[in-house]
Design a protein around this ligand. Sequence first.
Ligand code: ADP
Ligand code: MG
Length: 702
Amino acid sequence: MSTLYDDIQFLPGVGPKRADLFKTELRIFTLWDLLNFLPFRYIDRSKFFSISELMPTQNAVQVQGRFISKQTSGYGAKAYLKAIFTDGTGRMEVTWFKGIKWIEPAIKPNVDYVLFGKVNEFHGTLSMTHPEMETLQKFREHQQQNFIGVYPATEKTRNANINGKVIRNLVENIFEKIGPNAIAETLPQYILDDFKLPNLETAIRTLHMPTNLSQVSMAQFRIKFEELFWVQLVMASRKQKDAREIQGIPFVRSRDKLLTRFFKEHLPFPLTKAQIRVMSEIRKDVESGKHMNRLIQGDVGSGKTLIAVLSMLMAIDNGYQACLMAPTEILAQQHAKSLQDFLGDLPINIALLTGSTTKKRRAEIAEGLTNGSINMIVGTHALLEDTVQFQNIGLCVIDEQHRFGVAQRAKLWKKNNVMPHVLVMTATPIPRTLAMTLYGDLDVSVIDELPPGRKPIRTTMLRDTQRQKMYDLIKEQIAQGRQIYIVYPLIQESERMDFKNLEDGYKTITTVFPEPKYKTIMVHGKMKPAEKDEAMQQFASGNAQIMVATTVIEVGVNVPNATVMVIESAERFGLSQLHQLRGRVGRGADLSFCVLMAGNKISSDGESRLGAMVQTTDGFQLAEMDMKLRGPGDIEGTQQSGLPITFKLANLAQDGQIINLARNAAFRIIDNDPLLEQPENSRLRKGLLERRVDKVSWRDIS
Ligand code: ADP
Ligand code: MG
């Protein structure tokens, strides 16, 4: 008897050549791998089209009829076979460039055939190239297989004719070899019952060899549910474990402390409803004695800094230090300044530590942090260095979380005997389903409201030929004393080209807006940090009106006087990046503009992205669209996570409901049986152990 983990090569019908393709092209090594190689859609082979109703570029079309002529032309490698096919409603050309030797004699007059393939049109004539072909008689012999799966394929597997039919036959061979009940069920019986799921073996069998589509959708549901369920079970059990093992520092409320004074004397505006809600969520965490591990999602400009300030004040009021870590030097500086502005004359000692802090100052800071005279520290990665030790840190706030690796953050947590509370802030809204998957073990707060009085940014898309309109806007805004960003895309294939784009852009702009009336600076990633800072300073101080830049300005630059964001070749950017860039303007009281410059020829995806940008300024909505357009695997900042975000069948952009079901089920199970010790959960305990090993946690590792 074979086992599921036998090498695919020895399965009848495979052999060394195909085995090699399976391994290198499709990552299929064993019988089990092949069983888990699932169709992503199905075609109904019982349906025939009439040639008269065919549309060019229609995929997976099946027609039945006869050949009325055939002719081979050309010689050697250039030979091709062309035949005319009709079903009585119309005619179609059928062409072969390969295997002519075999096919030509197989085409006989007065015999009915079934052809299956993709329809093309050339000079007004419909055609099919290299269709699957068999006689109607043969087709009828196996007609019970109405639904044929379409499997993922590569060019090589396609050329080797590894198609749905071949795979289905191989899968049949496997089931014959392993016998019934060889595939162990992975989910407990009560879950199968609760959700009316087919068992694993049935599901796999159905997906390869379905007889009707409702069966398929039940089997797909089972596989999707399971994929998502395991992720959620890992998250639930991790969260439960942390809650059991990590002591939280309990903060208490008290009057006449800094937080109260801040509210009375310093808070420049009332909190938004969303800020109030998020603060109460944070309070509940830190006052409960549990360890806070919370993600704050809020769109650009939603007021996350203030949340950080209030939370840090709570830590300081309770006799602890607090730190705020930012991904770049400029951001850290801006944060330090915002904190100073917010906190005014409150007796709080704030320090700034970055890569460019002098040795002398570093020593002072190290001393101040160990003896407790510094209560609040803002910094970059420099905070992670071993020389930085705290007296008693009670809260770490991390801004723009996806720029820091998991290991880096873990290093920060380890600086204390007691784990400080953790607040992670992200300015890149991500879809809820993605958040549940990536940050499923964190508590999530959402600031879904902008402070009042913001004027929405007016976004327009212009073609290259309308460039003058953009110049007019810039001129007008500068005349009113405003400042302008012009951003060029990074095209990773060629750094030199990128730079040329940027330099050409700079030259054009300085020609249209010449010195001394205008001053334009250029900023890009290849500059030395000091040069870059110097240029940014020129802009921040208002000395320069125009900044021509690559995406280095994406994160966090705050110049409220800037009112125009021009994005060149905007179709090349992802939606979340466009949104981030647009967020650089609209920070002051003035009406702001975002101009998306698009080439004259752009893809339909590019068109959809730019259309979405013009339509809405809501970052969450854009994130949803981005995921639908690009798939979850390409959403910015998710790749580094090492967490599973692409699945065999489940799709975070489409299966939100299944995620909810899976998450609720997983968390309920862990709530009732934290260590999965109950007999009915034995399959879950086993599955979890298998899945644990390669998963990263937000803070388990160092
Ligand atoms: P982000 O969430 O992008 O980090 P910031 O914290 O930088 O946003 O806030 C953006 C701007 O909004 C800042 O100038 C800040 O002072 C202001 N702000 C924050 N909260 C409020 C509020 N409740 N009312 C009015 N303005 C606010
Ligand atoms: Mg911010």
